[in-house]
Design a protein around this ligand. Structure first.
Ligand code: NOJ
Length: 748
């Protein structure tokens, strides 16, 4: 309710200030207008539209005047942006406005949780609202295009960019990615407050080998289509205006020069009519990949693949004319690409309304935006462990509390990666919020313990131990600083960095119950520490409102409701580990595996359980996809399947009873999984096909329903045809990917 109200208010505000846009005038469709404009353009002006340059204070006056720039990124000073638009509109020959691009990834000034955190909310309305607010704030400075959502499926937490992603699952990534597109773009790209979204990075970047950024990705076409491309198709169906090519090499062809991706899939199969931008320098980097000998060849490969706009590097500006003169490309190809770009500019209403008056926008970081960010942060937190109901903490039962750790009071680090515009002075930290909440009711002892999450300096350990000794309970804020995740920030060891584990050991030696709050940009491996603490609340990097959100959860003002959007490995050697795996010919079970500590001396080669498991880590993750506890618990029963048999083309319905068996109101993410038992290509052991976040009062039951059309069960087969095959299916409904309540049906 709350969220919808907020969106509606935003829309009203926007419409009130929207009146000068001449909607409904007879100017023609964006298509017609793009064609008319194109007919007046010189080749140089066309190449200009295909060129995006960095702003950030550079003097772009002359190049804009001469029509050599179509888009500027990283300029967020509204006066400068207006001046650039003025030069484009009034001083360039054809008066074509600029696209102003920016990485508005999880908020502009009001910072929301990192996308991976938002994904843990499993709440599309909340995710949409976060994008809408981010877009609204950004557009008040003249930004009209964001490079988001990032919808790369990734199953490797070593990869720093997992922080920007929506996790491991194509269905969850599709639903939430589409919600972000709708949030940024609204119902009308031309409305004030709407900005163009960009589905990135097309495609396969999330599968870079060994979780190393910019590395090669090798993905069989079948897997590419069944897993990695699905969120992109969903973004396209949600109307995303632009796509960005990935930096990475896919099956030997860098995405930026990849005709199969850009032409075959995106344009031919999906009929995309927006435009594709390269990534930063990714066209000139085709030479570094060893895919092009020089910048002329690089420009040719990117043009030939269908990259409409070049970001940062200038191979188009330097080579298109020559490539045309040499007959390697023809001007019609260029025309098509320029039209793709102009159409989006017309859709955005930029020709009618190129300037930005910040006074027509709500204040940045206003109370409404902060409350939305708080709600997003709250729903993003995942309660991973809560032994003996260590949480929630009670102000009446405790008399003192120790707050320990390097991330309890650090307004910058809680914001996470990709916050070009976020400012830590807006941050409300956990320590500040806890102190405010408890007032004089509790004595709080504070000790940072370590200066940073990476510190190996144990100098302050004694102080931290003393703080713990003086208190009834301890809350430790550990994890990763923002700089340890994000682009080019990968880690090969994803345990808690620095001496944080030793700090936990020192505090645990006091015997005081420890609640661990983890702020991090990725799943960390916690196999070594999980048994040393009573409770773990995984908060990701929660953004500006980390403090109030976490405090409400710790003190039971509301119950945690986040669920993991990605599996948590026990140790790094299990990676990639994900729930939607294939069965293999030798699947393990708990009865047929042996642990390395239990091998008899001289054991026979075949005596250990000949199946797919690690002798030292088993085969299960520490916490599975979809998992998360609350202060209540839920019982699932009475699965009902509408039909035992259905025909292709039919829809099948499933219901289950979900009961809140605890004594507090709580939200639960009810999840629907299926397994297609036999396929023309092997099918995963489980696939998420639906989910719904519900709120139940203590003791309340609800019947939750899902419907699937047989098309929802389709997959790409050996011939790359999208088919639903007749056969047997299993279905589960439950609170995680390890749901137990199940049934079966058949497609005839
Ligand atoms: C490189 C990143 O890969 C991409 O995600 C980002 O949008 C661009 N740089 C622009 O900053």
């Amino acid at each position: 309710m709350h969220q919808n109200t907020l969106r509606a208010e935003k829309v009203d505000e926007i419409h009130a200030s929207d009146l000068e846009i001449p909607h409904g005038t007879n100017l023609g469709t964006p298509d017609e207008r793009a064609d008319l404009l194109l007919a007046q353009m010189t080749l140089e002006e066309k190449i200009g539209q295909m060129s995006q340059v960095n702003g950030g204070g550079w003097d772009l006056h002359k190049s804009i005047q001469e029509g050599r720039i179509g888009s500027v990124l990283n300029e967020v000073n509204v006066d400068t942006v207006n001046e650039l638009q003025r030069v484009a509109m009034e001083e360039s020959r054809l008066g074509i406005p600029l696209l102003i691009g920016r990485d508005v990834i999880h908020g502009f000034k009001t910072i929301f949780p990192i996308p991976l955190g938002q994904a843990a909310s499993w709440n599309p309305d909340l995710v949409k609202q976060g994008a809408a607010i981010a877009g609204l704030e950004a557009s008040s400075t003249g930004v009209n295009w964001t490079f988001a959502p990032m919808i790369d499926i990734t199953r490797d937490p070593r990869w720093g960019r997992i922080a920007e992603s929506l996790g491991e699952d194509p269905h969850l990534g599709s639903v939430l990615g589409a919600a972000m597109v709708q949030g940024f773009q609204g119902n009308d790209l031309g409305a004030k407050g709407s900005i163009a979204a960009c589905a990135k990075h097309f495609a396969g970047y999330g599968a870079v080998e060994s979780g190393l950024d910019y590395n090669t990705a090798n993905i069989p076409e079948n897997e590419l289509r069944n897993v990695y491309l699905r969120p992109f198709k969903a973004a396209l169906d949600a109307g995303v205006a632009t796509f960005m090519a990935a930096f990475s090499d896919l099956n030997g062809v860098p995405a930026t020069g990849n005709e199969f991706l850009m032409k075959q899939v995106l344009r031919k199969e999906w009929n995309f009519d927006g435009f594709v931008v390269s990534d930063w320098d990714s066209i000139s980097e085709l030479t570094v990949h060893g895919y092009a000998a020089d910048h002329k060849e690089a420009a040719f490969e990117a043009l030939n693949a269908g990259i409409d706009m070049e970001m940062a590097s200038t191979t188009y500006a330097g080579n298109v004319q020559t490539l045309i003169d040499e007959g390697k490309i023809n001007e019609q190809q260029i025309d098509t690409m320029v039209c793709n770009i102009l159409r989006v500019k017309f859709q955005l209403g930029l020709f009618e309304n190129p300037y930005t008056n910040p006074e027509q926008y709500p204040a940045l970081v206003n109370e409404q935006h902060l409350q939305a960010a708080k709600m997003a942060a709250q729903e993003s937190c995942v309660l991973l462990k809560n032994d003996n109901q260590a949480l929630p903490l009670s102000k009446t039962q405790l008399s003192s509390l120790a707050i320990i750790g390097p991330l309890a009071d650090d307004g910058q680090e809680q914001l996470g990666t990709w916050v070009f515009d976020g400012e830590s002075h807006h941050s409300q930290t956990p320590l500040q919020a806890i102190q405010k909440f408890v007032g004089d009711d509790l004595i709080i002892h504070v000790a940072r313990g370590l200066d940073t999450s990476r510190s190996n300096d144990k100098r302050h350990f004694d102080e931290a131990v003393q703080a713990a000794q003086q208190c009834d309970a301890v809350v430790m804020f550990v994890g990763e600083e923002a700089i340890l995740s994000g682009e080019a920030h990968c880690r090969a060891d994803i345990d808690l960095p620095g001496h944080q584990e030793q700090l936990i050991d020192a505090i645990a030696s006091t015997g005081k119950p420890i609640t661990l709050v983890v702020l991090a940009g990725r799943p960390l491996t916690m196999g070594n520490i999980i048994d040393k603490v009573s409770a773990v609340l995984y908060a990701w990097h929660p953004g500006t409102m980390a403090g109030p959100a976490i405090t409400d959860l710790l003190f039971g003002q509301t119950s945690p409701s986040g669920k993991l959007p990605v599996s948590f490995p026990r140790v790094v050697g299990q990676i990639p580990i994900y729930y939607s795996k294939k069965n293999t010919g030798r699947p393990p079970s708990h009865d047929n595996i042996t642990h390395i500590d239990h091998i008899d001396g001289g054991a026979a080669q075949t005596s250990l359980g000949m199946s797919a498991f690690y002798l030292d880590a088993g085969f299960t993750p520490l916490f599975p996809f979809g998992y998360g506890l609350s202060y209540s618990h839920f019982d699932y029963s009475d699965i009902v399947i509408s039909d035992q048999h259905i025909n292709l083309g039919d829809t099948i319905h499933f219901t289950a009873q979900v009961r809140n068996c605890g004594d507090v109101e709580a939200q639960e993410v009810v999840q629907l999984y299926i397994r297609d038992l036999v396929g023309n290509v092997t099918r995963p052991v489980k696939e998420l096909k639906g989910f719904e976040k519900i709120t139940l009062q203590a003791g309340e039951s609800q019947t939750v329903s899902f419907s699937l059309h047989t098309d929802d069960l389709a997959f790409y087969n050996r011939k790359m045809e999208l088919v639903t095959e007749p056969g047997d299916f299993h279905v589960w409904i439950g609170g995680s990917s390890e749901a137990e309540l199940w049934g079966e049906f058949k497609i005839l």
